[in-house]
Design a protein around this ligand. Structure first.
Ligand code: SF4
Length: 372
């Protein structure tokens, strides 16, 4: 049994799971604390589908704060879906400039034209029909159906996913848990005010049930929240485990001249760290090679002293463990064939800061010189 499971077994869960009372508490909170957003309807009114759709498309991968000025400009210029459908695509794209992900703007325009040509200028009201329009995925379809049409649909974005995972203490890692979280969210969606419920969950996730340090003490759902009761709110939802990076191993040789210079080598132009300087090293393999084999790659014949400890550096696709050898050599020492002498040069220690050294090599040099 893992630590989390043991915690669950020890602690006392709230008596009731989240249900209709939870929803009522959330809607009360929403009536008091709801965010005032330009696309939202006044209290008790139903929002306009065009406004909901426009805002939801803009909000994909963009923050509320960044979206508001764009939303207001779009609405002033194209106040209806018909006006947007009749607009020139180039104008729409230039009004969108700065919001990024331009395929969203193209789909926005295409969608407006289909709403006009196939639906008489009115958005369809069901999740299924909305989901067939360009640029409208499952979340957006559910959000429009619930918020604009009062359909009992359940949009689940990142905020809602987090709130639901915590309410029910869902400990299965994402993305495998998505279907379960969606099912649990749907069990809460009320027949009355489903749009307000969705927006309340969005607001709660944004303002109270934040990813780090959720404000459980002021949360209207605290009584029913299993993650809070178990003390594991911050750990949920469980993020997918990233696969371990492979590790590569190598030995590098820091040769210091008697007059205080360091032998560096230029890496080949193509490939990792192409054209940058390095401390001459062996190949980087899948395991440590025997030391006598590593010493074959020494750039000069010398008494190499192994530097205790290894340097660890993480690249995008692998981690490197590098062990260093250090030696002091005469300036006129000849370089071995293994050093690729044509690519080697002596660099004074005081010029190392400005040399084209990648961070891994800066780390390696600092490590090798630490006790020198
Ligand atoms: Fe989120 Fe805490 Fe509220 Fe639970 S009690 S829903 S963890 S803020």
């Amino acid at each position: 049994m893992g630590d989390t499971a043991r915690t669950v077994a020890r602690k006392q869960l709230p008596l009731r799971p989240a249900g209709p009372d939870t929803v009522a508490a959330l809607l009360d909170w929403y009536d008091r604390e709801r965010r005032d957003l330009p696309w939202r309807a006044r209290r008790g009114r139903r929002a306009d589908a065009y406004k909901v759709w426009l805002s939801e498309i803009m909000l994909q991968q963009t923050t509320v704060k960044a979206v508001i000025p764009y939303y207001e400009r779009f609405l002033a210029r194209w106040p209806t879906v018909g006006a947007l459908a009749a607009a020139d695509l180039e104008e729409v794209l230039s009004a969108w400039a700065g919001l990024g992900y331009y395929s969203r703007a193209r789909n926005l325009h295409k969608c407006a034209q289909i709403v006009v040509s196939e639906h008489g200028g009115r958005f369809p009201r069901t999740e299924a029909e909305l989901g067939r329009l360009p640029g409208i995925g499952p979340y957006t379809a559910a959000a429009i159906a619930a918020i604009a049409f009062g359909e009992p649909a359940t949009p689940v974005d990142g905020n809602i996913e987090r709130v639901v995972a915590r309410l029910f203490a869902c400990q299965r890692p994402l993305p495998g848990a998505k279907r379960e979280i969606k099912r649990l969210a749907a069990t809460l969606t009320p027949a009355r005010r489903p749009g307000d419920f969705a927006q309340a969950m969005m607001d709660l996730g944004a303002a109270v049930c934040s990813p780090k340090r959720p404000s459980c003490l002021v949360c209207p759902l605290q009584q029913d929240c299993h993650a809070h009761a178990l003390g594991i709110a911050e750990q949920l939802p469980v993020k997918p485990v990233k696969p371990d990076r492979p590790v590569r191993y190598g030995f590098a040789f820091l040769a210091l001249s008697e007059d205080g210079q360091v032998l560096l080598r230029k890496r080949p132009e193509a490939g990792l760290l192409g054209g940058m300087l390095e401390v001459p090293s062996t190949e980087w393999g899948d395991d440590w090679m025997p030391v006598d084999q590593a010493l074959v790659a020494q750039p000069v014949r010398a008494d190499w002293w192994p530097v205790p400890g290894a340097v660890s550096h993480t690249f995008t696709h692998f981690r490197l463990e590098l062990q260093l050898f250090r030696a002091i050599v005469p300036t006129d020492v000849s370089l071995t064939f293994w050093a690729s002498p044509e690519r080697c040069r002596w660099v004074p220690r005081h010029d190392l800061q400005s040399a084209a050294l990648p961070s891994v090599m800066k780390k390696a040099i600092a490590h090798a010189l630490r006790e020198h």
